[in-house]
Design a protein around this ligand. Sequence first.
Ligand code: NCD
Length: 334
Amino acid sequence: MDRSALAASLRCAYSDGFKMTDTPRSVFPHRHLLGIEGLSPLDIQALLDLADSQVEVSRQVEKRKTTLRGRTQINLFFEPSTRTQSSFEIAGKRLGADVMNMAVASSSVKKGETLIDTAATLNAMRPDIIVVRHYAAGAVHLLAQKVDCAVVNAGDGAHEHPTQALLDALTIRRNKGRIDGLIVAICGDILHSRVARSNMILLAAMGAQVRLVAPTNLLPPGIARLGFPTFTDMRKGLEGADIVMMLRLQRERMNGSFVPSVKEYFRFYGLDQEKLSYAKPDALVMHPGPMNRGVEISSDVADGAQSLIREQVEMGVAVRMAVIEALASHLPNG
Ligand code: NCD
């Protein structure tokens, strides 16, 4: 399957969530960011270019912009999060928005309020942007249909995590100078990972050669149809790779036992220096975090010279600033 056919086959019903606006001059012609599915390579490139300039803003002493002045951003997280929630908060504040973190644990959601009622309640407060993370795939699309503001998907179940894929792409592009033609091995719990799914779509759309490395029971059924080479032998899967992207075992999404023991999982699928030596000598290692050291990655690799893990966190703020700024250009008076 050629790359454009692959990218097309990855676009499905979810692309309906993208509302085209009538401002053709906009660099990013979407009202919401609900997934990577439905974005064109040009949309992705526009966000990465904008994010590059936001990196510079964040490295200055004076980090405050005014693009979002007077706007209200609500972060609505139904699942625990450290880096995603804090980087959305920092991103909104650096753009000058008023940012409110809604603590779901102490909200009416705990009293049985439905997602739609929560959306209607928040909508009545006239926010401009809502950033949502939810444990159910599709919940963010549903919420986007019920509110008047822009919605950003900060991760919905095992479905998509678009800003993670964008920050990964930005990190790769800044270190390798390109994405096109690179061999990227995505390794670990692909079955439960929204990060893997968004990355597969984005990297294929941008011309990378994506490989999947996992035990058979951690690969989604029917994955072969998408045409990505899959490997159950990690050393073979890493051979000649430019980028090794590790994933956490998503135990909270597992029904039953998927791995016999952590020790055995690490032996076959944990990234250590020996397995990494099968990749290109200048291969770079990524992980979206949170990391489980000694489960999917050894400490010496995570903290080693080939690791981009800390840089990914920095790029997370820049990408989220870019996404918020791009969506804000479609708000009334944007
Ligand atoms: C990822 C997530 O929440 O999907 N983490 C993140 O956003 N940094 C990956 C994970 O939880 O393993």
